[in-house]
Design a protein around this ligand. Structure first.
Ligand SMILES: Cc1cc(C(=O)N2CCN(C)CC2)sc1-c1cc(O)c2nc[nH]c(=O)c2c1
Ligand SMILES: [Mg+2]
Length: 212
């Protein structure tokens, strides 16, 4: 009974964003999280780092693990080069339903495909079912305990290739220590840490470039 937090976020977006304007959707979600209820979007401060990596990589095929309400999907898809596409995997059905509507408000339906289900089941299907050869960039923002096993799945299934950029949120808080240890000690990755210190969060994003 009563609206979920995610439904309240969608309602706020519908009332405060401009249909077809992705930036207004991102701004509305940031305002809601700051002024009403904190929510686990990557947010405006860490979002600047995501934007920078998007500008560097200019991915044609972008994979996101963890859609939630679609904040980072909208933020990144808005920065895709012409013809680019974002596939985003979400395990939680109700989150996926909210995200689809947020993406509609942003006018980005044609640039984003939400793949519903567990990442460990969907990743092995990406080539055959979704006709994905390899991806140019992966944004990891789902369960921290899945970062490492899913990275290994991406390697084993040939979804990432030489030069693919992994960008992981929350490597400090809530933290993904096994993932960090793996990519930082592996000769197959070139890592950069982007720390984010401010009053609300002490966290970091990790960029790990796959060397093949
Ligand atoms: C749920 C949660 C609580 C956090 C925290 O430390 N808190 C103290 C400070 N106050 C302000 C917030 C609450 S951080 C965080 C979180 C943050 C992400 O970016 C996530 N991304 C993907 N998947 C997640 O499960 C996910 C969880
Ligand atoms: Mg996160």
């Amino acid at each position: 009974s009563g609206m979920s937090k995610e439904e309240r976020i969608l309602d706020w977006v519908k009332q405060h964003a401009v249909v077809g304007d992705p930036q207004s959707v991102v701004d509305a979600m940031d305002v809601y999280s700051r002024q009403k209820e904190w929510s686990m979007h990557v947010g405006d401060i860490k979002g600047v780092i995501v934007d920078k990596v998007m500008e560097e990589v200019k991915p044609q095929i972008l994979l996101e693990l963890g859609t939630y309400c679609g904040y980072s999907a909208v933020r990144m898809a808005h920065l895709l080069p012409p013809g680019g596409h974002l596939f985003t995997i979400e395990f939680n059905e109700s989150f996926a339903t909210i995200a689809q509507q947020v993406i509609e408000v942003a006018g980005l339906r044609d640039k984003i495909s939400i793949l519903k289900g567990p990442s460990q089941e969907i990743i092995p299907q990406l080539k055959k079912k979704y006709e994905i050869n390899s991806v140019d960039m992966v944004f990891l923002d789902h369960w921290k305990s899945r970062y490492l096993p899913d990275t290994k799945l991406l390697e084993e299934n040939g979804i990432i290739r030489k030069g693919t950029v992994l960008l992981a949120d929350n490597v400090i808080c809530p933290g993904a220590p096994d993932f960090l240890e793996y990519v930082r000690n592996s000769k197959r990755y070139e890592c950069t840490t982007y720390p984010v210190e401010n009053i609300r969060v002490n966290d970091a994003l990790e960029k790990a470039v796959f060397l093949g």
